[in-house]
Design a protein around this ligand. Sequence first.
Ligand SMILES: C[S@@+](CC[C@H](N)C(=O)[O-])C[C@H]1O[C@@H](n2cnc3c(N)ncnc32)[C@H](O)[C@@H]1O
Length: 368
Amino acid sequence: MTHSRARLPVPRDRFVPSVVWLENPAGDGFTPVSRTDDEAGWRALVEADEPIVTQVDDGRAPPNGVGLRPSSSCSQPSLVAAMLEELDVRAGHRVLEIGTGTGWNAALLTERVGPRGRVVSVEVDSEVADRARIRLLRAGYSPLVVTGDGLAGHPPAAPYDRVVCTASVRRIPRAWIAQTRPGGKIVTPWGTDYGDDALTRWEVHEDGSASGRCGTDLAFMRLRDQRRDFLEPSEDEIEAADSTVTRRGGRELFEMISFAHASFTIGLRVPNCYVTVEDLDADHRNVELHDARSTSWARVELVRGLHPWTVRQLGPRRLWNEVDTAHRWWLSAGKPTPQQYELTVSPDGTHAVRLDTPTGPHRWSVAA
Ligand SMILES: C[S@@+](CC[C@H](N)C(=O)[O-])C[C@H]1O[C@@H](n2cnc3c(N)ncnc32)[C@H](O)[C@@H]1O
């Protein structure tokens, strides 16, 4: 996804740590880049309109110096600008941020709210939070940085005019809604387990509910306890899996994994299913579906020039059949885009969607 380049009033080099992590060209891990050893390389990363990974594997020393999973980052500048615009922060606002990370966005929020406003930022990782506090102070900003689980918000400073989460969530926690004043807004990347997340903006209502709409797609790391998990069955397990074929073609498979097409709808209709795509070479691609909770897994093996494609399925769920059915539903509903859905969270925390189609409205709860 691309966002317009916007000028942000706080330079990010004051917040990016001297050791950052760069993805290996093969996509199999992250290796460190140190400012001390490679000032030009570090600066090129800081000046690019790209996210910078600032911690891997929750800060545990990576084996062989290679990190596997990014766990904290300094977000892409144009995306930060887009989120701030969506949040519509004004002078004097009280703002809660979840995911302090480097502290850069907390500094930008502090600039926006001015001396009459207040910014509270919650970070789950104590080392990340401590470093952010130091950088913020050095740069002349003093938001309150709280070490803790952002799912609980920060009740002592509530109510907030704005809540922004700089990591993706599957559920909008009731605490965030309870701590936002009626008419206030929550902006967060939100999505199901399935595909890309959408930038969503929610308005909080008097009765403790919230309603929202989707914007564009974005790739953000998940809050720690809402991460997605994938399965890696052994060769023997794959060999023993149910094997069928599908006559679905490349166009339909593309639609199933593409946010602008069916992936958002499929995620709303197929709970607890995560899709991954692996390009083995120019002619072979595997689309895999994972439900780590029920240990169900499926793979469609796309081979150029060899159709129909083999489908293998393991575990109690038949994930491919579920995704295939959801894709057919998307076609029958007139190919709705993510932006057509109206999103709601009821006071009891139920997440639901409503879609108006020419044949009438469809409304259903999104599985917890
Ligand atoms: C993309 S980074 C945030 C970027 C940050 N706003 C900045 O300006 O650099 C996401 C952050 O969320 C934090 N995080 C993950 N789960 C969390 C949780 N449950 N509560 C609070 N912070 C969390 C991560 O440790 C990470 O630092």
